[in-house]
Design a protein around this ligand. Sequence first.
Ligand code: ZN
Ligand code: ZN
Length: 227
Amino acid sequence: MVKVHKITGSYGANAYLIDAECPILVDVGAANMFDLLRRFLNPTDLEYIVLTHCHYDHTFGTAQLAEQTGANVAIHEEDAKLLGDNWATASGVFGVRAPSIEPDMLLKGGESLDLGDISLRVIHTPGHTPGSICLYSEDIRRMSSSKLLFSGDAIFAAGGIGRTDLGGDAHALVNSIKLLTTLDVDTLYPGHGDATNQNVSTQIKTSLRYAELNRKAHNSKDFYVFV
Ligand SMILES: [Zn+2]
Ligand SMILES: [Zn+2]
């Protein structure tokens, strides 16, 4: 049985330790992540650090953790290009420079990450950023039958959506969330806020409605802000 541990970082972004045979961490929103991981495993056992997107609050502890653990860093190729950019990573919002991160693996979407007792499909979901990804457990062997979606900042619980005004694309976000509505999801693990396992498909459909509203606002030049 694979366990998922949520570790909320300094700026409110959720990291998830997927404690599979081949353990991986989704996002690194804490400078002391190595110590935080000790509660659950020997951090040097970590195989991969997968970044859902390039934003600072999800990535700033990555270089240090990769050095401490030897884990390989994976990110979508479109967001890999943006990693050093203060604007695109939103590091300027936090008053700091974008950290230097050297990815080991560039993703395109469609890959399957085999973690031994679970495998995760990489789904390219642009909109919040050009290279945002979600991870979906499609092939479950010894795990219970639950289907998991790690959504980064594409969607949140209760119909929330990621903002598209920081280098994002309101049209692309609608298309990405449409794709997510086709998945069978039992538990949603978003990049901010609570995970949820109640009527998740209804929540994702609500996200789609908000994304369509956001696109409409974008077209009409009205200004809506989603966090
Ligand atoms: Zn973000
Ligand atoms: Zn975020």
